[in-house]
Write a protein that binds this ligand. Structure first.
Ligand code: FPP
Length: 252
C-alpha cells in the first residue's frame, strides 16, 4: 500500500463525502487524436478506478457529475454516445459494485433519460440497495437550479394543499426536498482539467465544502490523484464561520 494511502486510511477527519466534477474527457481525446466518445470511454475507466480507490480508504459517499441538464445541448451524436456508455456500463460494473460493497444511487431528472437507461439504472440501484460500504451517486441529467426550483415547487404544493404551513419551511425541510436528501453535504469537491467553475453542481450542498482544483484531465485522474486531493483536504482548517481560536478551544 502506498504511504499516502495508509496515512489517509488512518486519518481521523477523513472526508465522509467527496463530490467530483469529472471534466476534460474531450480535451484528453483531442490531445491524442481520438474521437470525443473515446475520451468518455476512458472517463468511465477513471471513474471505476477512483470509486474503488475511494472505497478502499473508507470514503462513505462519492458523488460524480456524469451528465448535466445542460449536456443535452451537446451534439446529438455525443449525447447518444454518453447514453450508450451509461446503458452498457451500468450492468457491467455490477461486479465492481458487489466486490466493493458499493450502493449505487442517482440524482437528477431520471425521467428525461432514454427508457433503456432508466431501466438499467433502476435495476442496478435495486440490486445494490443493501450494500453498505460506500454510496456512489451518479448525477444524471442533473442541474442544481432545477433541483432547487423543483424543491420549492414541491413545498409550495404541500402548502397549497394544506399539508404544511409556510412557517414550517426551514433549512432542514428544504434539504429534505432536494434530490440529495439521503446523503450528507460534500466535505470535499474536486474539479479536474484546470477549470475553476462549479457549473450548476450541488449549489446548496457545497456551502461549506472545501474546493480542490487540478489540471489533470479526468481520464488521467487516478487513485493517487484522489489521495493527493484528500491529503490536501486533511491539511485544511474547516471553520464553518467560527474563528481559529474558537476551534482550538473546542478541541482541547
Ligand atoms: C466532461 O468532459 C465530462 C462529461 C460531460 C461526462 C462525464 C462522463 C464520464 C466520465 C463517463 C461516465 C458517464 C456516463 C454517462 C456513463 P468534457 O466532455 O466536457 O471535456 P472537455 O471539457 O475537455 O470537452
Amino acid at each position: 500500500m502506498s504511504g499516502l494511502k495508509e496515512q489517509i486510511k488512518s486519518a481521523k477527519n477523513l472526508p465522509q463525502h467527496v463530490a467530483i466534477i469529472m471534466d476534460g474527457n474531450g480535451r484528453w481525446a483531442k490531445k491524442k487524436g481520438f474521437l470525443r466518445a473515446i475520451g468518455h470511454e476512458n472517463g468511465v475507466d477513471a471513474l471505476r478506478n477512483v470509486a474503488t480507490a475511494a472505497a478502499e480508504v473508507n470514503i462513505k459517499y462519492l458523488t460524480v457529475y456524469a451528465f448535466s441538464s445542460e449536456n443535452w445541448n451537446r451534439p446529438p451524436k455525443e449525447v447518444k454516445a454518453l447514453m450508450g456508455l451509461l446503458v452498457t456500463h451500468l450492468r457491467k460494473e455490477l461486479k465492481t459494485l458487489k466486490k466493493n460493497d458499493i450502493r449505487l444511487r442517482a440524482i437528477g431528472d431520471a425521467s428525461s433519460l432514454p427508457k433503456s437507461a432508466q431501466k438499467e439504472l433502476a435495476e442496478v440501484i435495486d440490486l445494490t440497495k443493501d450494500h453498505k460500504h460506500m454510496t456512489l451517486t451518479l448525477a444524471l441529467s442533473y442541474g442544481s437550479r432545477e433541483e432547487l426550483a423543483r424543491a420549492a415547487r414541491n413545498l409550495a404544493r404541500e402548502v397549497a394543499e394544506g399539508k404544511r404551513s409556510v412557517e414550517s419551511i426551514d433549512e432542514k425541510v428544504f434539504e429534505d426536498a432536494l434530490y440529495t436528501n439521503f446523503m450528507p453535504d460534500p466535505d470535499l469537491l474536486i474539479r479536474t482539467s484546470n477549470e475553476f467553475r462549479i457549473s450548476n453542481y450541488l449549489l446548496w450542498q457545497i456551502a461549506y465544502s472545501e474546493l480542490y482544483f487540478t489540471p489533470k484531465l479526468w481520464p488521467d485522474f487516478g487513485a493517487d490523484d484522489l489521495y493527493e486531493a484528500i491529503a490536501d483536504y486533511l491539511g485544511r482548517e474547516r471553520r464553518f464561520g467560527k474563528t481559529s481560536e474558537q476551534l482550538n478551544t473546542e478541541v482541547s
